[in-house]
Design a binder for this molecule. Structure first.
Ligand code: PGA
Length: 254
């Protein structure tokens, strides 16, 4: 982390927890951690639990995020949710382009670009996920793949929007596998992403963007990851589902 950027710890609950489970989790985690002044905590429950999560948000520093959205504002898109609907129930962030959306549901860079733009338009901030699969890493293509994903997501965004965006680098081979990137491997890609943003906009914009690491973040590796200069937070799946482990992840380097 770098003290000029506020760290962000995000919980991606994927398809877990009912509204009832969400309320009890949110009550306990906020009680146990208290207000977060120097870090932001973002919880992304399923759509059905967002309203319940919003109702029990009490502590400073806590925010809610959706896990996905459509790019249109309204219309005949059965089963989809528009960004304005998410803003209306109190979301401040939306995850966009998670690898499960890309690989299981066929989302393309173009769809992700449209989603990121529409999240901004609705007054929220997209957390855009990027990352290479194992074959790409082994073929030495990590920078090509991640660079293209980042450039495409930023395409068309103004510098004022770009500096607010959150990028989550999640090597696909590390998600849910227990196999984390080493802090050095993650730092290398984070520095590359920041450089790419600097090349598209300028150094000032690049220095403001928060870049999270995701992929098997756990209580025993979080401090080492957060000690790297370009890692500004974490996006956590499995270890965000239990209050005790998520509490430890919020309290990194304390
Ligand atoms: P994991 O998931 O922490 O369970 O690896 C991370 C993610 O998918 O965002």
């Amino acid at each position: 982390m770098n003290p000029s950027r506020k760290p962000l710890v995000a919980a991606n609950w994927k398809m877990h927890k009912t509204p009832g489970d969400t309320v009890s989790f949110m009550d306990s985690i906020q009680k146990e951690t208290g207000p977060c002044e120097d870090r932001e905590v973002v919880i992304a429950p399923p759509f059905t639990a967002l309203a319940a999560a919003k109702q029990v948000l009490k502590q400073r520093g806590y925010k809610i995020s959706a896990q996905n959205c459509h790019w249109e504002e309204k219309g005949a898109f059965t089963g989809e949710i528009a960004p304005v609907m998410l803003r209306d129930i109190g979301c401040e962030y939306v995850l966009v382009g998670h690898s499960e959306r890309r690989h299981i549901f066929g989302e393309t860079d173009e769809m992700i670009r449209k989603k990121a733009a529409s999240v901004f338009k609705a007054g929220m901030v997209p957390i855009v996920c990027v990352g290479e699969v194992l074959d790409e890493r082994e073929a030495g293509k990590t920078f090509d793949v991640v660079g293209a994903q980042v450039s495409e997501a930023l395409n068309g965004l103004s510098a004022t929007q770009a500096e607010k965006i959150v990028i989550a680098y999640e090597p696909v081979w590390a998600i849910g596998t227990g196999r984390t990137a080493t802090p050095q491997q993650a730092q290398e890609v984070h520095a590359f992403i920041r450089e790419r943003i600097g090349a598209i906009y300028d150094k000032e914009v690049a220095n403001r963007v928060r870049i999270l690491y995701g992929g098997s973040v756990k209580p025993d590796n979080v401090d080492a990851l957060m000690s790297e200069p370009d890692i500004d937070g974490t996006l956590v799946g499995g270890a965000s589902l239990e209050v005790s482990s998520f509490k430890r992840l919020i309290q990194f380097l304390k």
